[in-house]
Write a protein that binds this ligand. Structure first.
Ligand code: BES
Ligand code: MN
Ligand code: ZN
Length: 500
């Protein structure tokens, strides 16, 4: 879909969307429409239950006195509470409503925003971003979709006072959206298409944006001593990979210590010998959602030429049961020499992450490290699909991430860590075991990771098990991969680690 900005003017074809805040049914925008349509807008409002609530849409076909084929009133909710995310959602909502309507052109009248406390350029850009994010669909393997079910919209125009200024704001946002789409593609692809090597190949494309991409293969990982990661991978015919992406937008003038992001990249999680039940197992293709978010975030950060130094590392494996698979009870030695008794081969994410995290700290000496992982089913039970769980050894970092979550819409909810939880993974057979008891499953998983964080490193673990995939359409995504984490990490960097 082609997205552009223009000054206000009468719409010659396609649909025109006008925004209405809650209860503002006599706004000057509506009055203007009434003048043009001979009162049709107000009559339509009186015949419906539309009152400007967020998410509401009222369509008037063939409006009188207008060349537009359709007039669409879009509810914004309380004007005083309408911020950037609410505008994105409004843009996404109107896009979704008209996507397959048969209309090819849609114009959003951003000059109709009344009483909204967001600068006009930013508001126009956010409406466009919302529509852009909502327009993503993963339809690569749909070969028989009827033409009348496919999206028809080809162009989106946002009318605003200063189109050039809005365009400038939009370009930065669209760069981040490209990162979100990159992640959604990776997460949507099935396990026979995205496996460690093909994931690494796709990540290589970031070199075009000035990211240095390095891939460690099995031989190197063995030499380096990634015993925990290799134990997970040994049952699979697919070679494991660690993908390392280095981005430096500071011309070498930045802080020597980079921010490090680490992603869990299990391209398919059968559970291994501790095999998962059949029902729903297909969902475990998205067990690389943490790694997918790290690549997408690196892409977003590089695409908008952020003035910062960031390194992203993804531990990529496939967790399979086979004659070569690791057994429950096996003891493995991690990169930093700690031994782990593998009680349950389905608790594989922490085994992958611990080696990559230990290596990342050894090699890059970061001050800050954030890992993202679809780590525990217990997290989905705790928070559902609204928030991802956050665990951190540093209140300042936790507050920064929380703020980035609120600003980006990728929301976080903090969980506790503590000595009493840590004890639950002690075992006589090794330094630790890879699972605790059933209770507090997300916390003991985080405690396991914490044993691989060096003193002095600010660390946060984000358990994104409930947020990388959605079974339902949202305002900013069609059901499927959400791209969760990309906007969060980008915002976190922009707010805290970028030279302004
Ligand atoms: N990838 C899963 C976690 C998961 C489950 C994410 C369901 C999304 C939805 C992870 O590798 C796993 O299997 N965790 C186990 C840990 C358990 C064996 C301690 C779990 O949560 O059941
Ligand atoms: Mn598992
Ligand atoms: Zn897993």
């Amino acid at each position: 879909m082609k997205i552009s900005f223009d000054t206000a003017g009468s719409v010659k074809n396609g649909a025109l969307a006008v925004f209405v805040s809650q209860g503002a049914l006599q706004s000057s925008a509506i009055q203007t429409l009434d003048t043009t349509t001979g009162g049709q807008a107000s009559r339509a409002l009186r015949s419906s239950r539309f009152n400007g609530e967020a998410g509401q849409v009222l369509e008037i076909l063939a409006p009188a006195g207008m060349e537009a084929s359709r007039l669409v009133l879009v509810g914004l909710g309380n004007a005083a509470k309408t911020g950037m995310l609410e505008l994105e959602k409004a843009g996404g909502t109107v896009y979704a409503r008209l996507a397959a309507s048969g209309e090819t052109a849609l114009t959003l009248d951003a000059t109709s925003l009344e009483g909204v406390g967001v600068a006009a350029d930013e508001a126009a850009a956010r409406l466009a971003l919302g529509a852009l994010l909502r327009s993503y669909r993963f339809d690569r393997y749909r070969t028989k979709e009827p033409a009348n079910k496919k999206p028809s919209l080809e162009s989106l125009t946002v009318q605003t006072g200063d189109p050039q200024a809005a365009q400038r704001v939009y370009e930065r946002l669209a760069a981040v959206a490209e990162g979100v789409f990159f992640t959604r593609d990776l997460v949507s692809e099935p396990g026979n298409v995205i496996y460690p090597k093909s994931f690494a190949e796709r990540a290589q494309s970031l070199t075009e944006l000035g990211v240095k991409v390095e891939v460690l293969g099995e031989a190197q990982l063995r030499e380096l001593g990634f015993g925990a990661l290799l134990g997970v991978s040994q049952g699979s015919a697919n070679e494991p990979q660690v993908v390392i992406m280095e981005y430096d937008g500071t011309n070498g003038e930045g802080d020597a210590a980079p921010v490090v992001f680490v992603g869990k990249g299990v391209t398919f999680d059968t559970g291994g010998i501790s095999i998962k039940p059949a029902a729903g197992m297909e969902g475990m293709k998205w067990d690389m959602g943490g790694a997918g978010a790290v690549v997408g975030a690196m892409r977003a950060i590089a695409a908008r030429k952020a003035k910062c130094r960031v390194v992203g590392l993804c531990g990529m494996v496939e967790n399979m049961p086979s004659g070569t698979a690791q057994r429950p009870g096996d003891v493995v030695t991690s990169y930093n020499g700690q031994t782990i008794e593998v009680i349950n081969t389905d608790a594989e994410g922490r085994l992958v992450l611990c080696d990559v995290m230990a290596y990342a700290q050894d090699r890059y000496k970061p001050k800050v490290m954030v890992d993202l992982a679809t780590l525990t089913g217990a997290m989905v039970i705790s928070l559902g699909h609204e928030y991802a769980g956050m665990f951190s050894n540093d209140d300042t970092l936790a507050a920064q991430l929380d703020a980035a979550g609120k600003a980006s819409g990728d929301k976080l909810w903090r969980f506790p860590l503590g000595e009493a939880y840590d004890k639950l993974i002690n075992t006589p057979g090794a330094d630790m075991k890879n699972v605790g008891p059933r209770e507090a499953g997300s916390i003991t998983a985080a405690q396991f990771l914490k044993r691989f964080v060096k003193d002095g490193v600010s660390w946060a673990h984000l358990d994104v098990a409930g947020t990388v995939w959605s079974d339902k359409d949202g305002a900013l995504w069609e059901k499927g991969a959400t791209g969760y984490g990309v906007r969060l990490l980008d915002q976190f960097i922009a707010d805290n680690y970028e030279a302004k």
